[in-house]
Design a protein around this ligand. Structure first.
Ligand SMILES: Cc1ncc(COP(=O)(O)O)c(C=O)c1O
Length: 379
């Protein structure tokens, strides 16, 4: 995936894209009402549902992942209703912004960034605000590199009769996410992360309890994102034909690799990267046991800046990114989604070691790659 012209992209989206995807996407356009495309869309939706181990409803919007987040709130929640927005970073905070944009009442549970969620924190807010019916969360909080236990939260919400709305933008396709088994009510994701295609698609899965609410609503304040239209017809407007063709191919590739193998690969590369990072005398930002398998946040060592590290990495051919919000400048992030395997991790660690050395950070040469190689050989 890398040569002197093409740097190695280790961003949390957009991710590096396999040539097979570019190949299918570069074919001449076809009409969206042709049987060829109608069948392809149907097949793509089926493959996507297989990935989530569901037979439930899925719609694909032309828009980034945020379009699907927007759709989740405006289709399901009546203005004025109370929503518990669990905020653990920049992306879970977006749920609050959308909640407020649709004149719903946001009750924010702000936890320390980098820390995982404890159910007792949720329980306390619900005890104080029993009329809350809806809860939002990010499964994988990309801004801090933490992964929440959604099954635990889903079971809890089901017991309490709450509607759970989950952002799976950087977990679907790279980690286990099973909305039926986990008692999720609405799940959203996007195209340019673990699903491995360019940006431009937002996907929404809606479970039966959320449907019951949506179907009873008298007015839904959106036209383009109105899921009733997508339920009646999977393509009520001209879809992003080329991106859907790319998604179909990517889902084929996921099937070929095997979803379990893919998740295992993401877990091993994440573990190898973390081992290498620690061997470079760096500290991870996320709380242990909540580590994300698709993105790693690393504390900027004393005497260096995030900007220096990111720029030095870029000079050395690897694109990484920094922190957001109040942790901007305090962390840098390396993502490991979609195609990332052993080679990409070893290259990244080699370049990270070189970059840090150039910047004067004390380290033992060769230790990072050695630590990562050990993870690969042990797994
Ligand atoms: C967890 C999470 N949610 C939502 C988004 C927003 O996605 P988009 O930029 O595709 O709208 C991102 C983007 O990085 C993300 O990582």
């Amino acid at each position: 995936m890398k040569n002197s012209k093409n740097p190695l992209i280790m961003l949390p989206g957009p991710v590096a894209i396999h040539p097979r995807i570019y190949e299918v996407m570069s074919k001449p356009i076809i009409g969206h009402r042709t049987p060829e495309f109608v069948n392809l869309l149907e097949e793509t939706l089926e493959k996507f549902k297989n990935l989530l181990k569901t037979k439930g409803f899925v719609a694909i919007f032309t828009g980034s992942s945020t379009s699907a987040m927007d759709a989740a709130i405006c289709n399901c929640i009546e203005p004025g209703s109370k929503v518990l927005n669990i905020i653990q970073g920049k992306f879970s905070e977006r749920w609050m912004d959308i909640t407020k944009a649709y004149n719903c009442e946001s009750i924010a549970l702000k936890t320390e960034w980098g820390k995982g969620l404890r159910l007792k924190q949720v329980s306390k807010v619900l005890d104080e605000n029993p009329s809350i019916r809806f809860i939002t969360i990010a499964h994988n909080e990309t801004s801090t590199g933490i992964l929440n236990d959604i099954k635990e939260l889903g079971d809890f919400c089901r017991n309490k009769n709450k509607i759970l709305i989950v952002d799976g933008v950087t977990s679907v396709g790279g980690d286990h996410v099973y909305p039926d088994d986990w008692n999720i009510d609405i799940l959203v994701t996007g195209s340019q992360k673990c699903l491995g295609i360019p940006p431009g698609l937002g996907m929404i899965w809606i479970g039966p309890r959320a449907w019951e609410i949506i179907e009873k609503r008298k007015h839904i304040s959106t036209h383009y994102l109105n899921v009733l239209k997508y339920k009646a017809n999977p393509q009520p407007f001209t879809p992003a034909i080329t991106l859907i063709i790319g998604l179909n191919e990517s889902l084929k590739m996921i099937e070929e690799e095997g979803h379990e193998n893919r998740v295992k690969r993401h877990r091993i590369v994440a573990k190898a990267l973390r081992a290498g990072v620690i061997a470079l005398n760096l500290e991870l930002f996320a709380e242990e046991s909540y580590y994300s398998n698709t993105v790693t946040a690393i504390k900027v060592p004393e005497k260096l800046t995030a900007k220096q590290i990111i720029e030095e990495m870029k000079k050395n051919g690897v694109i990484i990114t920094g922190g957001q919000g109040h942790i901007k400048g305090k962390i840098f992030r390396i993502a490991h989604m979609n195609l990332v395997g052993k080679d990409e991790i070893l290259t990244t660690l080699t370049k990270l070691e070189l970059s840090l050395k150039n910047l004067g950070h004390p380290l033992d040469s060769g230790k990072a790659v050695e630590a990562a190689k050990k993870v690969f050989s042990d797994n």
